[in-house]
Design a protein around this ligand. Structure first.
Ligand SMILES: [Zn+2]
Ligand SMILES: [Zn+2]
Length: 376
C-alpha cells in the first residue's frame, strides 16, 4: 500500500499487451453485432432470440451490479448462499474475470481513484478507462491485502477455480442449447452468447468511463465520479456514481424512488424473499451534509477564482445551515436507536424533527449560495 502511494509514476503498460484478451474484446463485438445482424437477416428473426438475449443480459448484468459490485466488492448487504451462488454462476458469464479478481481490483479503484493505482484511472483518458486498460497484462490484484473476506469465502474460491468452465459452458453453451431447443442453435449462440456479452461488456465499461466523465459531482467535488441519469439507464442503475463514490457501502446508487436503479430494486426484492438482509444505507442528513459540503467546495473554488470575499451575512447563513444539519444528524441517530428499541412512537416525531432541520439547513444554504453567486 505504501509502495503504491509513493509510486505516482507507475507505468501500467510495462508488462505489454495481452493479445488474447485484446483479440477477444475486438472480435466479440464483430461477431456479436455484425455476425448476429447478418445471420438474422439471412435466416429470419423470431421473438425467442430477443427474449433469450434479454433474459441472459438481465441475469448476468444483475450478477455483476448487485453481486460482484454491491455485494462482493462493497458488502452493502448480506446475501444468502443461494443468492451468492446465483451471482457466482451468472457473473462468470460476463467474461470479466472471477469475483476475487474483479472485486479486489474494484476496491483498488475506490481507494486510489483518479491515481495511477486506480486500474481504470480516468485521468489517462476516456478510452483508457473504458477498454484500453484491459488490453494490457496485469498482475493479479493483491486480494490477500484488500479482500481477505473474499479469500475466505468458499463460494468465491469455488468460482475462481471453475470460472473459465462456467464462462464457456454457461455463457456460450447454455444459449446454444436453448437455441437448439427452438430449432436454431447458432442463433441461440449469437443472440444469447455473443450479442448479450458485448452489451454486458460495454455497459459495465461505461461505469468506468462515462460515469467518471459526464454528469454532476453532486456529492464529492474532489473526485471524477459523476451523477447522470442517462448513464444510469445504460448501466442497470450504476450511473449515480458520485453518490456511489461518496457512500460506497450504500446498497443503492440512485437514492430517490424515481432514480432508475434496477440493481437496488433487485436487492430489495431479494430481501422480501428472505434471500438478502442487512441492507445498508446512508441516512438522509448524512447525504444532505455531503451534498452541501460538495456544493460549498465548488462555490469556494469559483469565488477564489474571482477573488471575491464573502460578506458576513453569507458566512452566518452557512454556519446556520451547518448547525441545522448537525441537529438533524443527532435527531436521526436518536430516531434509529428509539426505533430499534421500539419503546414508543417517539421515533416518528424524531424523524419528522430531523427532516424539519434538514429543510431549514437547505433553505439557509440556498440563500447563502444565491447571495454569494450574485457577487461572484
Ligand atoms: Zn468509479
Ligand atoms: Zn464501487
Amino acid at each position: 500500500m505504501s509502495e503504491a502511494a509513493s509510486n505516482p509514476d507507475r507505468d501500467v503498460r510495462a508488462k505489454g499487451i495481452d493479445y488474447i484478451t485484446m483479440s477477444f474484446l475486438i472480435l466479440t463485438p464483430v461477431i456479436g453485432i455484425v455476425g448476429t445482424a447478418l445471420y438474422t437477416w439471412l435466416h429470419g428473426f423470431h421473438l425467442w432470440m430477443a427474449l433469450l438475449a434479454l433474459g441472459m443480459y438481465t441475469a448476468v448484468g444483475l450478477s455483476i451490479c448487485a453481486g460482484y459490485h454491491r455485494f462482493f466488492s462493497h458488502k452493502s448487504y448480506e446475501a444468502s448462499a443461494p443468492l451468492q451462488l446465483f451471482f457466482a454462476f451468472f457473473g462468470a458469464m460476463a467474461a470479466q474475470n472471477s469475483i476475487l479478481w474483479w472485486s479486489s481490483s474494484h476496491r483498488n479503484h475506490h481507494q486510489y481513484v483518479d491515481r495511477d493505482w486506480d486500474p481504470y484511472n480516468i485521468r489517462r483518458g476516456f478510452w483508457w478507462a473504458h477498454i484500453l486498460w484491459i488490453f494490457y497484462r496485469h498482475d493479479a490484484p493483491d486480494a490477500e491485502a484488500n479482500a481477505p473476506d473474499l479469500v475466505r469465502n468458499p463460494i468465491v474460491q469455488w468460482q475462481k477455480k471453475w470460472y473459465r468452465a462456467i464462462l464457456i459452458a454457461g455463457g456460450f453453451g447454455l444459449p446454444t442449447l436453448i437455441g437448439a431447443l427452438f430449432g436454431d442453435a447458432l442463433a441461440g449462440l449469437l443472440w444469447g452468447g455473443f450479442l448479450r456479452l458485448v452489451v454486458i461488456h460495454h455497459t459495465t465499461f461505461f461505469v468506468n468511463s462515462l460515469a467518471h466523465y459526464v454528469g454532476e459531482p453532486t456529492y464529492n467535488a474532489e473526485v471524477s465520479a459523476r451523477d447522470n441519469w442517462g448513464v444510469a439507464l445504460l448501466t442497470l442503475g450504476e450511473g449515480y456514481h458520485s453518490f456511489h463514490h461518496r457512500f460506497p457501502a450504500d446498497f443503492r446508487n440512485g437514492i430517490r424512488w424515481y432514480h432508475w436503479d434496477p440493481a437496488k430494486w433487485f436487492i430489495a426484492t431479494m430481501r422480501m424473499l428472505g434471500l438478502a438482509g442487512e441492507l445498508r444505507s446512508a441516512t438522509p442528513p448524512q447525504i444532505e451534509q455531503a451534498r452541501m459540503q460538495a456544493e460549498l467546495r465548488g462555490l469556494e473554488t469559483k469565488l477564489a477564482a474571482s477573488q471575491t470575499e464573502l460578506p458576513d451575512d453569507v458566512h452566518r447563513l452557512i454556519a446556520d445551515a451547518r448547525q441545522h444539519l448537525d441537529d438533524a444528524l443527532t435527531l436521526w441517530r436518536q430516531h434509529i436507536e428509539e426505533r430499534a428499541r421500539d419503546a414508543s412512537s417517539a421515533w416518528r416525531r424524531k424523524r419528522a424533527a430531523a427532516h424539519q432541520h434538514m429543510r431549514e439547513a437547505r433553505r439557509r444554504w440556498r440563500a447563502a449560495r444565491s447571495m454569494a453567486l450574485t457577487m461572484g
